[in-house]
Ligand binder design. Structure first.
Ligand code: GRF
Length: 210
């Protein structure tokens, strides 16, 4: 029996290429989901434009008064908007704020993030640049459940890329983003099919159709 599509709320602050990869994966039948709404904390974030182009409800929601976190009345406003659109899982896609317990409690084990490094190496900002500056030979991306820490939640999946000797921050980030665009739909499809289970820090992914 075919499952109902998973209702995803996407939250971002920037270009939205990961959001686009979800839109494309849904259109291609690789992701059994529906993007119920897109929310940005930056008024002119391109992610909003991408969503509107595909007829997806898209909102700028003022995060004030906080600069680096989503909390207080702003957090409530985000949760209410996600709920009003029937969101079952939240995909952070370049959302440049720390999310707090209110959002995590509203969507328990249903808030995911994509990070441009092989966690636990290089959490935080500009992770691809951190990897390059550190001299790492392998970089990559991580899809993980979000917990109360910064980039510390249980890891769902990771994809690695080589770091080349002539890489710049831009070329390395572009190579990592190619993998992000495969990893995020794959992780969300596993969630949509009920194939993810969390045992302590370990996330078990059942094979499709198993
Ligand atoms: C990605 O590299 C993602 O890993 C990080 O922020 C970036 C967002 O890119 N969390 P985009 O807005 O999806 O293009």
């Amino acid at each position: 029996m075919k499952r109902e599509p998973l209702n995803i709320g996407v939250m971002g602050s920037g270009r939205g290429s990961n959001c686009q990869s979800l839109i494309d994966a849904i259109a291609a039948g690789r992701l059994n989901a529906r993007i119920a709404c897109v929310i940005a904390d930056v008024p002119d974030a391109f992610i909003l434009e991408r969503a509107r182009k595909h007829g997806i409800p898209a909102f700028y929601l003022d995060p004030a008064p906080f600069k680096t976190k989503l909390d207080g009345v702003a957090e409530t406003r985000y949760i209410e908007t996600l709920r009003a659109h029937g969101v079952q899982a939240v995909a952070l896609a370049g959302f440049m704020r720390i999310v707090k317990n209110g959002l995590l409690a509203a969507f328990p084990q249903r808030v995911l993030n994509i990070h441009p490094a092989l966690l636990p190496a290089f959490p935080g900002m500009d992770a691809w640049k951190q990897a390059l500056d550190y001299g790492a030979k392998v970089a990559g991306c991580t899809v993980h459940f979000v917990d109360a820490g910064t980039d510390t939640g249980p890891i769902i999946l990771q994809r690695a890329v080589p770091v080349r000797e002539d890489d710049t921050s831009a070329t390395l980030h572009a190579r990592i983003q190619e993998q992000e665009h495969l990893a995020y739909p794959e992780a969300l499809q596993a969630l949509a099919e009920g194939r993810l289970s969390v045992q302590g820090r370990r996330v078990i992914i059942q094979a499709p159709g198993a």
